[in-house]
Write a new protein. Sequence first.
Length: 211
Amino acid sequence: MSRFPLSFYEQHDTLTLAQLLLGCELVHDSVEGTTAGIIVETEGYLTGDPACHAYRRQTVRNAAMFGPAGTLYVYQIYNHYNCINLVTGPEGVGEAVLIRALEPTEGLELMANRRNDAFKTGFERYRNNTIDAETADGQRNLANGPGKLTIALGINRQIHNATSLVTGEIYIRGPVLHDFDMVTTTRIGITQGVDLPYRYYIKGNRYVSKR
C-alpha cells in the first residue's frame, strides 16, 4: 500500500477524516527501522471548539496546526509526552485529528525497546517491569494511548512537528481493517468541550485506550 496523497486530507472535513482514519495504518520509516500500527481511536478538534489548541489564536506552539491539510502537529503534554495530530483544515484555519491509539503491526520489538528505554529514563511509568512485545498484554500496551504511541513509533516533537504526511518519513496508508463497527462518543482527558461527540474508535478492539 502507498501513502495517502494530499487530496485525501484536503477533500474531507475534520470529523469525517477522524472517522475515515480508523482502520488505516500510521507508519514511521526511521533510520532505526519501520514501525507501524493500525489507527483504532481518534479525536477531532475544530476551530470553534474550546478544547482545540487553535480556539483562541495562533501561537508559536500551535503554529503547525494552522498549516495546510496533511501537516503533522506534534505537541507536548505533562512536560514529557508527545501527542501526534494531523492537520485537516484549510491553511490558516486550525483544525486537526488526534491519533489516540494504535494496534501494532510492524516493528514490535523496536516499539518495545523504545518504550522500555523511555521507562528507564523516567518518562514512561508503565508498571514496574519491562514491556514485552511477545506477549498479548505487552503488545496491547505498546501503543494504546497518545503518549505511548509516539514513544513506540519514535515520533519527536523537535523533528516531526510541522512536517508533511505526504512527503515525510511519517505517513498514513490503507485502510487495512474493514467491516468493523465504529463507536462515537465524547473525548477524554480534557476539561472543555467535554460533551462534544468527537471521539471515534473501533468497537471491540482491545487496543483502544479507554472504552
